[in-house]
Ligand binder design. Structure first.
Ligand code: SF4
Length: 382
């Protein structure tokens, strides 16, 4: 069994030691970040503890320079594809939670999944993130793998086919991860949600997801199974954002030290309201817009070559602002309710995982980001 490599005390002590940093030290760390070799947790903590407005502007300026140097003006677009919303867990921040009796529960048939894919292909999508709730009966691994195979097989004229299916499903055993690899998935994505043990226990009162360590070590098992492309994330708003950034960094460093390759992507979702989800309606530690921009910029400096993903939880205005600070991949035209692409009239809030902050269509997103000078990238070949 893999040991727990996240120590709340250690993270807190790194943050405490970095309090009230001198401007000289902050400038030195920004200078080091420009070398594109990344930052240590201790250096990252110094930037997180910086509250001086001018220095934060310098951090953001460095993030813009680094983003441009590594990613240019390309922004990768993808669409989430929710195929089922049955769930045995009870996460306090999610509309799919078991105790939400008002949610319309759906597990799409293979034909419905194909129809969803057709709609997305016609919009131009080539990359999907396929997701479902954790429920062994309604969304088993067999069901999920069949859905991947069926989605890859759909071809729409003149758009063509989906080239890459990233997946986000509950932690698996090594043998099960091998089956996912055989199904030719792109990235295996899983968020720890919060790295803080106490908060994790409160937020996950029942169901298999209660087990912090089983979730934390999922990427180790995925890599052991040969999936070297993994994506981590934290749900900002559950605990102190500074703690979560260090948790993400320590997770990535653990993978790099163990397998020689860190996390391919880091996602930065921020809590959004969801039906009957108390922690989403009233986040325990909300992250302000100002701090959200700061944390995106700091992650860009700390792990310059790791892709950063932003979802449609954020508003169009916020998304437009943080693209330049380090985001390299975005979802567009998203629906978080299974079947939502075919049936646009359905009430997303009543069947969705969370409320959307950005409700623009894919076409509108493309238009807006192009106007800002970005090149929308769908294809995996360029
Ligand atoms: S976050 Fe995931 S595991 Fe938790 S209730 Fe929602 S779908 Fe289920």
């Amino acid at each position: 069994m893999i040991q727990d490599f996240i120590s709340d005390e250690k993270i807190q002590s790194i943050l405490d030691k970095a309090k009230n940093p001198s401007p000289k030290r902050v400038e030195e760390i920004i200078g080091k970040a420009h070398e594109l070799k990344g930052l240590t947790p201790e250096e990252t903590a110094v930037l997180l503890q910086t509250e001086d407005k001018e220095l934060i502007e310098k951090i953001k300026h460095a993030a813009r320079t680094i983003k441009e140097a590594i990613y240019g003006n390309r922004l990768v677009l993808f669409a989430p594809l929710y195929i089922a919303n049955y769930c045995s867990n009870n996460c306090l921040y999610c509309g799919f939670r078991r105790d939400n009796k008002e949610l319309e529960r759906v597990a799409l048939s293979m034909e419905q999944i194909e129809n969803e894919v057709r709609v997305l292909e016609r919009e131009g999508h080539k990359r999907l993130l396929m997701l479902c709730g954790e429920n062994p009966k309604r969304s088993s691994l067999d069901y999920f793998i069949e859905a991947i195979e069926r989605a890859y097989a759909v071809k729409t004229e003149p758009s063509g086919e989906i080239r890459r299916i990233n997946v986000e499903i509950a932690p698996l055993q090594v043998e099960e991860f091998k089956r996912l690899k055989e199904a030719k998935i792109g990235t295996y994505v899983l968020f720890q949600e919060t790295y803080h043990h106490g908060t994790y226990t409160v937020m996950h009162p029942s169901g298999p997801k209660k087990d912090y360590l089983w979730r934390l070590t999922a990427m180790d098992r995925a890599m052991e199974a040969g999936i070297s492309d993994v994506g981590i994330g934290a749900l900002f708003g559950l605990y102190d954002y500074k703690f979560e950034v260090l948790g993400l960094l320590l997770h990535a460093l653990h993978l790099e030290a163990t397998f020689g390759v860190g996390s391919h992507t880091i996602s930065v979702p921020r809590l959004e309201p969801a039906l009957n989800a108390p922690a989403a309606i009233k986040p325990p530690m909300p992250v302000s817009d100002k701090d959200f921009k700061k944390l995106v910029a700091i992650i860009r400096l700390a792990v310059p070559y790791t892709g950063m993903i932003l979802s449609t939880r954020e508003t169009a205005a916020m998304r437009n602002e943080v693209f330049g600070l380090g985001i390299s991949q975005i979802s567009a035209g998203s629906r978080t309710n299974p079947g939502g692409y075919q049936d646009d009239s359905s009430d997303n809030f009543r069947a969705g995982q969370f409320n959307l902050g950005d409700t623009r269509t894919t076409e509108e997103v493309i238009y807006d980001i192009t106007k800002q000078g970005y090149i929308p990238s769908f294809c995996t070949a360029c």
